[in-house]
Write a protein that binds this ligand. Structure first.
Ligand SMILES: [Zn+2]
Length: 128
């Protein structure tokens, strides 16, 4: 089976990160060393593991369109060449209740270009 080419991908984030990235900019891996994206055009917080990491922080408040989706692999493909550390981490995440790993796309690349898109849903936060 040939590698699947990436569909349109989005990265959801909170207002802290949106402020750092700007309207268009580059995305960086998180503390886990991975940069996450999804093929879901509307966020599913539980399914994507986008639960709050800080009080009052909605990690699906803003939507970025990934400019270079081909740098990403679907998580099951990424898993095959992942480090042992990342394999354990990916298994923990995939076993979370309500997880939908079939919609997870991952890269180890740094500085992936993306641009802010208008959210098709009403933001939960106050205007910032
Ligand atoms: Zn935040």
């Amino acid at each position: 089976m040939s590698p699947e080419s990436a569909p349109p991908l989005w990265h959801y984030t909170c207002w802290h990160s949106r402020r750092q990235i700007g309207r268009s900019g580059v995305l960086h891996p998180g503390l886990d060393g991975l940069l996450w994206a999804t093929d879901l055009p509307v966020p599913d917080r539980a399914g994507l593991g986008l639960t709050s990491h800080l009080l009052g922080c909605d990690r699906a408040e803003y939507r970025y369109r990934i400019d270079t989706p081909d740098r990403f692999a679907r998580v099951d493909v990424f898993y095959l060449t992942a480090s042992p550390y990342h394999r354990v981490w990916l298994e923990i995440l995939a076993n979370a209740p309500d997880a939908r790993p079939q919609h997870w796309w991952v890269t180890g690349w740094d500085a992936v270009p993306a641009h802010l898109e208008k959210s098709p849903w009403v933001p939960t936060g106050a205007a910032r």
